[in-house]
Design a protein around this ligand. Structure first.
Ligand code: AMP
Ligand code: MG
Length: 342
């Protein structure tokens, strides 16, 4: 079995996973309340909170799973991308455990771990996959050829999708993070009998050339801004705005996935990241996958969509099996693309 340590952003998490399959214990401390007053993650507050919580979570995890150090074969730790100060807290814990108990360290790419976590829940089709990552910091599509082997084939030109949810929520004077509350408001619109026809916002990137796979959400965010600017809150149809915002954004997501399937001929699509907690997006993706006959996978448990140590321990297992271990002086990096050269 292996330990997974996650501290790249605003969740501190430790997990124990057996053979990349069985989740023995998972502890997560979410810092949302620390950052909510600022409507975004404050790096210094994040590092301090990781430092305060991480040892406690490790202890709780070990007690819950009732395991002995001698049973632990590897320590998987997020090394990139993320906030430097935060990554260093997890890295230092991994170094300590490794030094004291002589257990090898497996450096893990946080973004790959988000995609790989589906293997914890079900039997997975063989590689290659298309990996679609929709989170607070990413809207990207990867060709995922093997454990530790991904190439970026589509990316955002500006905002990430989760970030757009957070900004739209702020424009509507709704809480942070925006995703869950925007989804809840959009649901209210679904239940109406007197729905107005048409969308408040234009279709995204409708002129984009066939082969290019790109996301852009800043125009949609600006369209929401122009729609609400100068209007008193009581004059705004918040459920309709949330619904039309989501619908417009999700249409670009499904269009880009369909393009990627067509361009690459890869029929297995793995979706992950915080935005996948959105049930309306899940339903939309299910519908398109069925219609266009590709295999769709995403973490069924919403807790596995947001940042967690289980995904780190899970991918760590496959990387450890392939011999991807690192010495104690391994590095961490804020970069998405980074390989250990020490
Ligand atoms: P992550 O970056 O993977 O930790 O995910 C956090 C991002 O996911 C934030 O930007 C949230 O607003 C977004 N998010 C969380 N839940 C939902 C949801 N139900 N719908 C849309 N976005 C969501
Ligand atoms: Mg997070």
């Amino acid at each position: 079995m292996g330990i997974g340590i996650e501290s790249s952003c605003d969740e501190t998490s430790i997990a124990l996973v057996e053979a990349g399959k069985k989740l023995l214990s998972l502890k997560i401390y979410s810092q949302i309340e620390n950052h909510a007053p600022y409507r975004g993650v404050v790096p210094e507050l994040a590092s301090r909170s990781h430092l305060e919580k991480i040892n406690l979570l490790l202890e709780e995890c070990l007690i819950e799973a009732d395991v002995d150090w001698k049973d632990i074969a590897y320590i998987a730790v997020t090394t990139h991308p993320g906030l430097m100060g935060s990554l260093m807290i997890g890295a230092q814990l991994a170094r300590c455990i490794s030094l004291v108990h002589s257990i090898p360290i497996v450096p893990v790419n946080h973004l790959e771990a988000h995609l790989a976590v589906v293997s914890l829940e079900e039997e997975i089709p063989s590689f290659p996959w298309l990996g679609v990552l929709l989170s607070g910091g990413n809207s990207s599509i990867y060709r995922y050829s093997d454990w530790g082997n991904l190439q970026l084939i589509g990316d955002t030109m500006d905002d990430a999708l989760g970030e757009a949810f957070d900004k739209v929520s702020a424009l509507l004077d709704l809480p942070y993070p925006g995703g869950p509350v925007v989804e809840k408001e959009a649901r209210k619109f679904f239940d109406r009998t007197d729905k107005p026809k048409g969308s408040l916002f234009p279709r995204l990137l409708k002129e984009s050339t066939y082969d290019k796979i790109e996301f852009s959400f800043s125009g949609l965010k600006t369209a929401v801004l122009y729609h609400v600017r100068g209007k008193p809150k009581e004059d705004l149809d918040i459920p309709r705005i949330c619904h039309d915002f989501q619908k417009t954004a999700f249409e670009l997501v499904t269009r880009n996935i369909s393009k990627a399937v067509k361009n690459t001929g890869i029929g297995t699509v793995v979706c992950a990241g915080g935005v996948l907690a959105n049930s309306i997006l899940r339903e939309e993706l299910e519908m398109v996958a069925k219609r266009q006959d590709w295999t769709l996978l995403y973490p069924s448990k919403k807790i596995l969509c947001t940042d967690n140590g289980a995904m780190i321990a899970n991918l760590g297992f496959y990387l450890w099996q392939k011999g991807f271990t690192a010495p104690l002086n391994f590095k961490v990096s804020p970069k998405r693309s980074f390989s250990q050269t020490i």
